[in-house]
Design a protein around this ligand. Structure first.
Ligand code: ADP
Ligand code: MG
Length: 431
């Protein structure tokens, strides 16, 4: 019975080479549409940033907002691709903060900045790079209107408003007069910029954490929707690929989407990123219980309540750690844990394969015949910590490019979402 059920799930979640090739084609069409300003599930947002030269220097403050934690960093750029972190602190963004009103939310950020500056005795004038990893329409490097919240954020009064202005006002309210906001960026752009500062072969930044997204440098002449002024021949595009919606979904994906706070939105993100993989697995476990396939007598809360099973827990199970004992949940049989482990494998494997297909689509958009070497900067706990995730991505890459996969290097890049904002700020003063 269980074997039959698992086989059925595995079939449903199978993402074959053929699926990947089809996805790559429609992904590239959506990229083109997005660049031309036509209707597309890929927003293809101009970032007003180009790749750095590696010689940018100076001290900067960076605020990295966009996931489970906010981070504040003081960064020293030494040139020649060298970076020093002077200080870094994480502030957790609890549910109560991410569902408040605009003023409370930005005051909270300003208070955190203030605490950080005090702690590190930083009372000098500092330029600030702000990484805000949500879909934002930018009209310059220092202005950006939030299109819509993603990843469970729901602060009122921010959608449709310029987040730089909102943060700047909070700085003023809190008397942070020696700070000057100079750049607004996205974590994907920051990750790309950070790895490029170190390695000029890098031409993609990818996030695989709470959410998923990517950025790459585009030739200015191909961004036909862009009518503004820009000083370089390239501009980095924030794809917002979490929104891609031309992938076949299972009934679990459809239900998860319907029950989510943004139905119809972030379809690919809901199949790939850390915020959702645990929830997909939970839904499958719940069905297994309803079919009478679980050894446990009653359905535990962790499988009953939406979002109770996290991707982190799924990842620990994949590494054979017993999360249930540690969190005091008793009465889940070994057989059920084995089932959950298999389901986790199926769900995470599909996520990794979709991520690789999306990368492959962007690479062949930039370099049709894959003649060059490409370093892909990847940040995020899902990529870094989920057992087998990178291997599953590499395998998919080899299936897509049997003879050229060795030209593609998936390179873990830490802290790009923080450091990148500092590098962008520095490159503004140097051009
Ligand atoms: P963020 O995306 O919030 O900036 P991370 O890159 O650290 O930060 O990603 C956090 C997400 O990664 C969590 O929401 C969770 O889904 C997932 N995650 C956390 N720990 C692990 C882990 N050990 N293995 C796999 N995924 C994890
Ligand atoms: Mg992050």
């Amino acid at each position: 019975m269980i074997d039959g059920f698992l086989k059925e799930i595995a079939n449903m979640f199978d993402f074959t080479r053929k699926d990947a090739c089809e996805m790559m084609r429609s992904f590239q069409i959506e990229m083109e549409n997005g660049l031309k300003g036509r209707k597309s599930s890929l927003k293809m947002l101009p970032s007003f940033v180009r790749r750095p030269k590696g010689n940018e220097k100076g001290d900067f403050l960076a605020i990295d907002l966009g996931g489970t934690n906010m981070r504040i960093l003081a960064i020293r750029l030494l040139g020649q691709g060298k970076i020093e972190t002077i200080g870094m602190r994480r502030f957790s963004l609890g549910k109560e903060i991410i569902s408040k009103t605009e003023d409370v939310f930005f005051d909270f950020i300003a208070d955190c900045v203030s605490a950080f500056l005090n702690e590190h005795k930083l009372d000098v004038f500092l330029e600030v790079g702000f990484t805000f990893s949500f879909p934002v329409i930018q009209t310059s490097i220092l202005s950006g209107v939030l299109v819509s919240w993603t990843k469970g954020f729901a602060v009122k009064g921010v959608e449709g408003h310029d987040v730089v202005t909102l943060l700047d006002k909070a700085f003023k309210r809190k008397g942070l007069e020696n700070l000057k906001l100079v750049a607004l960026a996205n974590d994907t752009v920051g990750t790309l910029v950070t790895q490029s500062y170190i390695n000029p072969l890098c031409d993609m930044g990818v996030i695989l954490g709470t959410g998923t997204n990517a950025a790459y440098p585009e030739r200015l002449e191909s961004i036909t929707k862009f009518k503004g002024m820009w000083y370089s021949e390239e501009m980095i595009i924030n794809i917002e690929w979490g929104g891609f919606d031309k992938i076949k979904m299972t009934k679990y994906d459809e239900q998860l989407d319907k029950d989510s706070e943004n139905p119809g939105g972030q379809r690919m993100e809901k199949m790939v990123s850390g915020r959702y993989l645990g929830e997909i697995a939970r839904r499958i476990m719940k069905e297994a219980f309803e079919k009478g396939l679980l050894g446990s007598k009653e359905l535990k809360d962790i499988f009953l309540k939406p979002y109770s099973l996290t991707t982190e827990q799924l990842s620990l199970i994949a590494s054979d750690k017993n999360i249930f004992n540690d969190s005091g949940i008793e009465g889940i049989s070994d057989k059920d844990i084995r089932l959950l482990k298999e389901i986790g494998q199926i769900v995470s494997k599909r996520a990794a394969r979709i991520a690789s297909a999306a990368i492959a689509a962007v690479l062949t958009h930039m370099d049709k015949e894959l003649k060059l070497e490409h370093v892909i900067a990847i940040d995020g706990s899902l990529f870094e910590k989920y057992k087998g995730f990178k291997e599953n991505m590499d395998t998919m890459m080899k299936e897509i490019f049997p003879n050229q996969a060795d030209k593609i290097h998936l390179s873990l890049t830490h802290d790009g979402s923080g450091i990148g904002a500092a590098i962008i700020a520095a490159s503004l003063s140097s051009h």
